[in-house]
Design a protein around this ligand. Structure first.
Ligand SMILES: Cc1cc2nc3c(=O)[nH]c(=O)nc-3n(C[C@H](O)[C@H](O)[C@H](O)COP(=O)(O)O)c2cc1C
Ligand code: SF4
Length: 589
């Protein structure tokens, strides 16, 4: 168990080696001024030689950048069902006499909420000027309020407030025996890149970020693609509420991650890699930079790595700024290219047209760690564990109503019930597998297996005990998606806020059976018609709730009977007459 004390945050120019990047420049300005003044945007435009319009659009896209000043102490409370508690936020607002979302008139403090900050194993948590404070309770809030009112600089606050522990309750294939540094690279050089990719394919490794694409095939497609440069990108955006396993890998196993990325570079012939880290984990930057420096000193990065003539590779760190959609791989690449994180139209896929239009492999943190172990220990070692379609193990981030929230590594195929028994969850009524975009599992289905062929998961397991109001849970998820929608396509941009409204109405006790039916219809439309994975999965919690927990909605409805209060098809009759159309297409089915 490693305890990481967060160091004093500093503007990006001062963080050793952080590359010049629009997000870093804007972050430094936001830190200094507490917002982004137009004059500064113009200056950045000149420095980075980017159009001002691009800079302005980026400022509006990422939630950590603002155009009006935030407080000298900016506090963002997580609103996640596992690491959020908005009652505590309201308590602190009262203590500091500040309104949510409005900076106090003396400019000292502002308080607002934000999406899950990945501290679900630490109870209620917040971000304060890029640092994390977890285990919030009334005592801690009073302490925080006193420090703020007395204008005590953050580095003079009790360090204990900022301590983040790594709780690993169950170790398996990856966590049990850490890799010796350089061992996977030595094995890769012995194999050569073709055999290395074959080994990965034989191992059956599938991506750990959620979609489960076969890693060996992804690397092979990328290797075969023509391009001036090939790139390796690690997706450490980890924004799915309830997920924090990548945070633990970055804290305790960063060497193995970078070894995996370097092995990928060797296989692809890439010279440059990027680690895209979510902004909420900025406190990890000094630690990650330190590991990168060590690897450069040990000849594990840089030129002629481990004496392999001509093999040159290095890794840069890019830190996001509060946008869940940037976890979607093509949105991530846009963000790396200093743009808004809007998902691209695919195909073409990143393996042929990725970063700067060049062949690029994007993998999850855990995928790279697993790849390093496989290359070092062999395909059979890995394949001997798990199920037929899901080889190896999976790291689970377990949180919610259980006694031992933390990290568990299981061979694929473990049942939900087994997981619940191990983490001390005796009265679960439901488990959200794979985060809000995943599956809401009823207790009658706790015998189901965690595996790609049954319940796929990127690693988030959120447990809800009998006392939880599942309507509130699903409403929370729906608010999350509406907030995080990037706005590019209409079904998601318009559909997710409408779904949010329906749930608000039903939860407030004003909904009718008609609202429920309309919500179900809209949910299916958003799922079917949205451009990317966010919209395609945003309605999953609603559809699961209606299918498996119909009583939860039923008992909140004002009227049970079906009562359409407005007939849209009839209302369109005048338009049909004016346009001389009465065909099927002119009617709402
Ligand atoms: C809205 C959205 C958010 C995502 N967030 C993440 C993430 O935080 N981390 C991640 O590895 N993959 C995330 N993904 C999946 C990536 O698009 C991509 O499939 C993954 O990075 C590929 O790596 P893998 O093959 O190793 O899983 C997300 C997908 C969507 C649609
Ligand atoms: S589905 Fe949502 S997040 Fe994805 S592109 Fe459309 S608006 Fe953006």
């Amino acid at each position: 168990m490693q305890q990481l004390l967060q160091g004093e945050p500093c503007p990006d120019q001062a963080v050793n080696g952080l590359m010049p990047h629009l997000l870093h420049q804007l972050h430094a300005i936001q830190q200094q001024y507490r917002y982004i003044p137009t004059q500064q945007s113009k200056q950045v435009s000149e420095t980075l030689q980017l159009p001002l319009a691009q800079i302005e659009s980026v400022i509006d896209f990422y939630s950590f950048f603002t155009r009006t000043p935030r407080g000298q102490y900016t506090l963002l409370f997580s609103n996640c069902t596992s690491c959020g508690d908005l009652a505590l936020m309201r308590e602190l607002c009262q203590l500091l006499k500040v309104e949510q979302g409005i900076t106090r008139t003396d400019g000292l403090v502002s308080i607002d909420e934000t999406s899950c900050i990945g501290m679900c194993d630490h109870g209620a948590s917040l971000l304060i000027n890029d640092r994390v404070i977890a285990h919030l309770d009334s005592t801690r809030l009073k302490q925080i309020a006193e420090y703020i009112e007395s204008k005590t600089p953050l580095d003079q606050w009790s360090p204990e407030l900022f301590s983040i522990n790594t709780q690993i309750y169950k170790k398996g294939l990856l966590l049990e025996q850490p890799l010796e540094q350089g061992s996977a690279l030595t094995a890769a050089f012995k194999l050569g890149s073709d055999a290395l990719i074959q080994t990965l394919k034989q191992s059956g490794l599938r991506g750990r970020g959620g979609a489960g694409f076969t890693t060996g095939m992804k690397w092979e497609f990328c290797r075969q693609a023509q391009g001036a440069q090939h790139y390796v990108v690690c997706n450490a955006d980890e924004g799915e509420p309830g997920t924090f396993k990548d945070r633990i890998l970055l804290t305790d196993h960063a060497h193995e991650l970078f070894e995996g990325m370097t092995v990928a570079a060797y296989a692809l012939g890439a010279q440059q890699g990027y680690l895209y880290l979510r902004g909420e984990y900025r406190y990890l930057v000094p630690h990650i930079q330190q590991v990168l420096t060590e690897r450069r000193q040990q000849q594990l990065l840089g030129q002629n790595i481990l004496g392999q003539q001509g093999f040159t590779f290095d890794i840069e760190l890019v830190v996001g700024a509060g946008a869940y959609i940037c976890g979607e791989e093509s949105a991530l690449l846009e963000s790396l290219e200093q743009k808004r994180g809007v998902p691209r139209i695919r195909p073409p896929f990143p393996v042929t047209h990725g970063y700067l239009g060049q062949p690029t492999v994007v993998n999850n943190v855990e995928t790279f760690v697993a790849a390093a172990h496989i290359v070092s220990k062999g395909a059979n070692w890995f394949k001997a564990h798990g199920t037929e379609q899901s080889a190896g193990s999976k790291l689970l981030s377990i949180s919610g109503d259980c006694t031992k929230a933390g990290i568990y590594e299981y061979a694929f195929g473990v049942t939900v019930q087994q997981v619940l028994d191990d983490c001390g969850a005796s009265d679960a009524q439901a488990v959200q597998v794979g985060g809000p975009s995943g599956t809401l599992v009823h207790r009658k289905d706790f015998g189901r297996q965690l595996a790609f062929e049954d319940l796929a998961t990127g690693g988030s397991i959120m447990i809800y005990g009998q006392q939880r109001d599942l309507l509130k849970v699903v409403r929370n998820f729906t608010h999350f998606f509406a907030h995080e929608s990037c706005g590019f396509c209409t079904p998601c941009r318009v559909g997710t806020p409408l779904l949010r409204k329906y749930l608000d109405k039903i939860e407030a006790g004003h909904g009718t059976a008609y609202d429920r039916e309309e919500m179900a219809r809209l949910a299916k439309l958003v799922k079917k018609r949205s451009h990317c994975g966010l919209g395609q999965t945003a309605a999953n919690p609603i559809l699961d709730l209606l299918e498996h927990f119909p009583h939860v909605c039923e008992q909140r409805l004002l009227h049970q009977e079906y009562e359409p209060f407005f007939n849209l098809d009839a209302a369109l009759e005048t338009t049909r007459q004016l346009s001389h159309r009465d065909d099927a297409e002119a009617h709402l089915a």
